[in-house]
Design a protein. Structure first.
Length: 323
């Protein structure tokens, strides 16, 4: 009989990141099929690399919790990106804003320190690692490339409670072809929430966790399908709703603009776990495996290093290799 285990970094807080890393590594070695929470722990050179190598070599299912990779909407939109719907990509912008302290209380100072590992530079990759990894992985995916450099900034603007991890950060990630991604995040203010923008010469894609819109430039040509699509106001523009099942709706001689359901029926976490279970059942390759998880982790960990140091850090190809 096969055993499946789902591990989330958030639920695993009481044990701390180092203990969780050891548990994951041992679980892989004992042949347990695994889906692991996506986060960029600063110990990537040790625990992260060992986990990724073990996961890559395992005969069992090893899936990283990069929920964008299992999101049917994001997969649907990725096909349009591959078909060059953006034109010449100019820039990417992503943000994650949510007012929260991350501070947890405990009965003893020792226990409180264990619970608040996210607030220490020694054990946390900060906002970019905890909150930015999903949108940064999506940039790696949609741009079909890995970053070449990153510059970052960070400060404690509100939560002056003894932590040394910034509560507000900005970083610029450089990709090939002079494309740059700007990621910003704060837990001081929740205004505007989280989203990602991919801007190009023909159109812009706005991505949220459960919705996506394409805003076309006035001088871009007609693709054909957009006349049938549902449209909504996006700021001062008309946004074409990107609906994951639009092709199926058209085959049924219906119109996506009238018959599509814009809001997804399942939460991203549910979809990710369902994808994992399907891989366990039929042996299919996980949408986010060891390589994708490791590359995303390296990206955000180095981005956090840039934020902490205030310096520009260059990536080299060997940093992303599992060896």
């Amino acid at each position: 009989m096969t055993t499946q285990v789902a591990i989330s970094g958030h639920e695993a807080d009481p044990s701390g990141p180092n203990y969780v890393a050891v548990f994951i590594y041992l679980a892989i070695l004992t042949g347990i099929e695994l889906v692991v929470y996506a986060t960029g722990l600063p110990q990537v050179a040790k625990a992260g690399l060992l986990i990724a190598l073990a996961g890559q070599g395992s005969k069992k299912v090893f899936q990283v919790g990069l929920q964008g990779r299992t999101n049917p909407l994001y997969e649907h939109v990725s096909k349009f990106v591959k078909s060059n719907c953006l034109g010449n990509v100019a820039e990417v912008h992503a943000q994650y804003n949510k007012k929260q302290s991350w501070k947890k209380m405990a009965s003893t100072p020792e226990r409180e320190k264990e619970l608040n590992w996210r607030l220490s530079k020694a054990t946390s990759s900060g906002l970019v690692g905890e909150l930015g990894i999903h949108s940064i992985d999506m940039a790696n995916w949609y741009l079909a490339g890995l970053p070449i450099a990153v510059t970052g900034f960070g400060s404690i603007m509100n939560w002056n409670d003894g932590r040394d991890v910034p509560d507000t950060v900005q970083c610029v990630i450089e990709y090939p072809k002079n494309v740059r991604m700007v990621f910003t995040s704060t837990i001081v203010s929740g205004f505007s929430g989280d989203y990602a923008l991919f801007q190009g010469s023909d159109s812009t894609l706005m991505m949220r966790s459960d919705r996506s819109w394409m805003v076309k430039e006035a001088d871009s040509g007609l693709i054909g399908w957009e006349v049938y699509a549902r449209k909504e106001q996006v700021y001062d523009e008309t946004g074409i709703c990107m609906v994951a099942n639009a092709t199926k709706i058209l085959k049924e001689n219906k119109e996506p603009g009238k018959d599509a359901v814009a809001d997804p029926t399942q939460e991203p976490l549910y979809v990710a776990l369902d994808s994992f279970a399907r891989s366990v059942r039929d042996g299919s390759k996980p949408t986010a495996g060891a390589v994708e998880g490791y590359q995303a982790a390296v990206t955000v960990i180095k981005a956090n290093d840039a934020i902490v140091s205030g310096a520009k850090i260059a990536f080299t190809p060997d940093m992303f290799e599992l060896k």
